[in-house]
Design a protein around this ligand. Structure first.
Ligand code: PLP
Length: 449
């Protein structure tokens, strides 16, 4: 093997990149990261970056939390790995399921484990298909989601994702139906109030169900706040308007809390922040504070009971992953839940959210910022070419990419998403680090515009 010299060249020579703007990589090189401290990461040249992306939304306790490292080490020494099948399950898995039901908004429930958020959504879809067949409704297979939603990358979860880039794979698969994104600022019509916008989306849902037939629909999936769609909180009253319609037609509402869960919105669940109780929750990312790849499907009482009955009827649920319920992942998740809920992380999010918003409000006064939006510790600034008409920049200009690249040069990692720049720092961020984040972002905005 003829090894190139630099880390950057070696990265490009032997690795395929996902979700990466390749012209930027070719021009700027890869940031090869070696370690982290608190909310900072360091590259091979010793440069320090404040990671306002929390890794990928998930490193909520920072990159070197001692308690999480010790929990992982202790469990690796005690019992390094196991599955959760064939009538065997680790003690850590038993304890985590109890904990997840305890902290869920459900009075009772059941948990199934995966290695990622995509697999958890995929699992939920298969579970719904399995359930409806078992209940004598095999035609209940269609999945409702929204444009701009992000639910993952497996063939099923990518089909649920409402992003045009999935066309390159010939996705979505048939039977995945995308409804209007509940982003009032962008999709509200001229003269339409927020309440009228929500009523229009509710009518669209009713019409879609009528057109497709309620007895062909397996479930409705929604992120409480759309994350990878560009941090889009729902229009006011959205979930209160759609949930009764779904209930009337017996369509389960699944809350994809892969980003929102465990404190990102300031409460344990995004559905709490937006005041609805779903039929099931999808969790990942923050579940282990990013210290282990793991996902979970948490069924509320109704689905738990029905799925259990369906499993009993055929004696087995034929689904799962080699590392489902991995004891190290479970031990870390137990610790992560404790850290987020009992070490003041959730409080820090709530304490600093107003300061976060105040800084964004100030930056949004700039002529090329159309909107700031978000909640808790997940926010976005959306760039526009013309503020009064909200006209976006030409997509090929990649304005958000340029802002994010300039931030990287200044030692701040943030995420370009469409025309928006997203900030979702670890929950341990201090006031001084928040000021550093906004200082660098402002410098970048002033350089780009
Ligand atoms: N669901 C949501 C809301 C997400 O944001 C993501 C990832 O960002 C996923 C699902 C997929 O999770 P993973 O990347 O772990 O497969």
């Amino acid at each position: 093997m003829n090894q190139p010299q630099s880390w950057e060249a070696r990265a490009e020579e032997y690795s395929l990149y996902g979700f990466t703007d390749m012209p930027s990589v070719h021009q700027r090189g890869t940031v090869v990261v070696t370690h982290g401290e608190g909310p900072y990461v360091f590259d091979v040249h010793g440069r320090r970056y404040l990671d306002a992306n929390s890794g990928l939304w998930n490193m909520v306790a920072g990159f070197d939390h001692r308690g999480l490292i010790e929990a992982a080490k202790a469990q690796y020494e005690r019992f390094p790995g196991y599955h959760a099948f064939f009538g065997r399950m680790s003690d850590q898995t038993v304890m985590l399921s109890e904990k997840l039901v305890e902290v869920s908004p459900f009075a009772s429930g059941k948990v199934f484990y995966t290695n990622s958020g995509s697999e958890a959504n995929d699992t939920m879809v298969k579970m719904l298909w399995f359930l409806h067949r078992a209940e004598g409704k095999p035609q209940r297979r269609k999945i409702l989601t929204r444009w701009n939603a992000y639910h993952g990358v497996t063939a099923v979860s990518a089909s649920m994702t409402g992003k045009p880039y999935n066309e390159v794979f010939g996705l979505p698969l048939p039977g995945f139906i995308h409804l209007t994104c509940p982003h009032y600022w962008r999709f509200g019509e001229a003269g339409e109030t927020e309440a009228q916008f929500v009523a229009r989306l509710a009518r669209e849902l009713e019409d879609t169900i009528a057109r497709e037939g309620a007895d062909t629909i397996a479930g409705f999936f929604a992120e409480p706040v759309m994350g990878a769609g560009g941090v889009i909180p729902p229009a006011r009253g959205y979930f209160q308007a759609i949930q009764p319609i779904l209930r009337k037609h017996g369509i389960p509402l699944i809350s994809d809390e892969v980003i929102c869960g465990f404190g990102r919105t300031g409460q344990t669940w995004g559905c709490e922040t937006y005041d609805f109780i779903p039929d099931a929750i999808i969790s990942s990312k923050n579940l282990t504070a990013g210290f282990f790849p793991m996902g979970a499907v948490i069924l509320g009482p109704d689905l738990a009971g029905r799925v259990e009955a369906a499993v009993e009827a055929i004696e087995e649920f034929p689904h799962g992953f080699t590392a489902s319920g991995h004891p190290v992942g479970c031990a870390i998740a137990l610790k992560a839940i404790d850290v987020v809920m009992n070490e003041g992380l959730a409080e820090n999010v709530n304490r600093l959210a107003p300061r976060f918003e105040e800084n964004l409000r100030r930056l949004a006064e700039k002529p090329n910022i159309g909107e700031y939006r978000g909640v808790g510790f997940m926010w976005a600034l959306e760039a526009v070419r013309d503020k009064p008409t909200k006209t976006p920049f030409d997509a090929t200009l990649s304005v958000s990419e340029r802002i994010a690249n300039t931030c990287t040069d200044l030692g701040l990692i943030c995420r370009p998403l469409g025309q928006s720049v997203v900030l979702c720092p670890p929950f341990i961020l201090t006031e001084a680090q928040m000021d550093e984040m906004f200082g660098k972002l402002e410098q970048a905005l002033d350089k780009v515009f």
